[in-house]
Ligand binder design. Structure first.
Ligand SMILES: [Zn+2]
Length: 395
């Protein structure tokens, strides 16, 4: 281990320190952060300086992976470096917080993502800490290093770690590069397969800023290029999809398309837009977006108003609870936010016009009955037009 308490219960970290750096600690006595038993500072030739137990540790969570322990120790090291006093494995009620720390009188619980924990356990734990007034921050673990723009599949638990109260960001520790990461600008064209940006912070970055007002990198050309490539690849394959099992929303839409002698692959091009934060819906974008266009907007006369709450209620009535992430904060709010984003996006194409914060006026109906080659042309048109909008909006 790289961290231990001294006899004054001061936490020392010797992460990445050399023999010279730790020289002044040689006379000190150390105890284990987990069990409180004696530890020795070892400064051999072969291994980097580290603390070792004299007898076996009875409390160190051996079930945790090497990466997990490293991540935890890195976090403590970072906090100690900036003058804070982290406590590891702090008992809070029936739970043990990976790292507890107080920053400006705010009690933080820092939890590192555990692979064996279920979504239910995750939420229980999260709510438990929140209920007792702790600010909970979850950290994922990145092992293979990180590029600025990533496209990857997220587990439901990872998707749950995206914090809407922190601007839809999630945190991670890159144990290879020893950096902290904030992932942001999440979008997806397929449930749970996310495209996002990562901003890296060295351990020299202040925890205060990191948790509170970290400056994140802006999307660059590569981010938009990755989205466009994925968008094009998916829209092409969705135009040829064979649907073997249908969910409720698909059944509703199929009825509409069949009345026009079409199938689900004939969704309008503007019903397949990448919207930030659609991570919350476990439904493909072309389904929920088509529903809004065909079953809400097209059903109202031109000039009529729609407001976000109405659309949200209409959509909620056709999706089941398992189409939405099981989130603690009201998912109505998140759906509201998502729909508002979408209505703004299609106002760019002149379908609706924003009247006030949450109200839009219908300015034209969207043609649904189009042959496939026209739709494929539309896809290309929408993609290049929307890219400009998306870049401006998210930059
Ligand atoms: Zn121990």
């Amino acid at each position: 281990m790289f961290i231990a308490y001294d006899s004054d219960r001061k936490l020392h970290s010797i992460w990445r320190q050399s023999l010279v750096d730790v020289g002044h600690l040689k006379a000190k006595r150390f105890t284990c952060i987990y069990c409180g038993k004696d530890m020795q500072l070892r400064t051999g030739e072969k291994r980097a300086p580290h603390f070792a137990h004299i007898t076996t540790c009875v409390r160190r969570p051996y079930s945790e992976s090497y990466e997990h322990i490293t991540a935890k120790e890195l976090l403590s090291y970072w906090l100690v470096l900036h003058g804070f006093k982290p406590e590891l494995e702090k008992r809070i009620g029936e739970h043990r917080a990976d790292v507890f720390v107080e920053i400006d009188n705010i009690p933080y619980v820092l939890e590192i993502q555990k692979s064996h924990i279920t979504e239910k356990e995750f939420l229980e734990r999260h709510l438990f800490y929140e209920q007792y007034g702790y600010k909970v921050k979850w950290f994922g673990i990145r092992i293979k290093g990180t590029s600025k723009t990533s496209i990857r599949s997220l587990t439901i638990r990872e998707a749950l770690m995206i914090d809407p109260l922190a601007g839809f960001t999630s945190l991670a520790i890159d144990v290879t590069n020893q950096e902290l990461l904030i992932d942001h600008h999440f979008t997806s064209m397929q449930p749970q397969k996310m495209i996002h940006l990562s901003t890296a912070f060295s351990l020299d970055s202040s925890p205060r800023q990191f948790f509170d007002k970290a400056v994140l990198e802006k999307p660059d050309a590569l981010y938009f290029l990755v989205i466009k490539k994925e968008w094009l690849r998916l829209v092409r394959s969705k135009r040829k999809l064979i649907h073997t099992r249908l969910n409720k929303l698909e059944k509703i839409l199929l009825r509409t398309y069949q009345s026009l002698h079409k199938n689900l692959n004939f969704f309008p091009a503007i019903c397949h837009l990448p919207i930030l934060h659609q991570a919350d819906l476990l439904i493909r974008p072309e389904l929920w977006q088509s529903f809004i266009v065909i079953h809400v907007i097209n059903k109202k006369p031109i000039g009529a108003h729609v407001n976000v709450s109405q659309v949200s209620l209409a959509l909620e009535s056709v999706i089941s609870a398992d189409c939405v992430l099981p989130i603690s904060v009201s998912w109505h709010d998140r759906l509201f936010y998502l729909i508002n984003e979408y209505l703004q996006a299609i106002s760019y194409f002149g379908v609706v016009k924003k009247v006030n914060a949450n109200t839009y006026k219908i300015t034209c109906h969207v043609t649904v009955n189009k042959p496939i080659d026209t739709l494929i042309n539309d896809d290309d048109y929408v993609m290049s037009a929307y890219q400009k909008y998306f870049e401006t909006k998210n930059n």
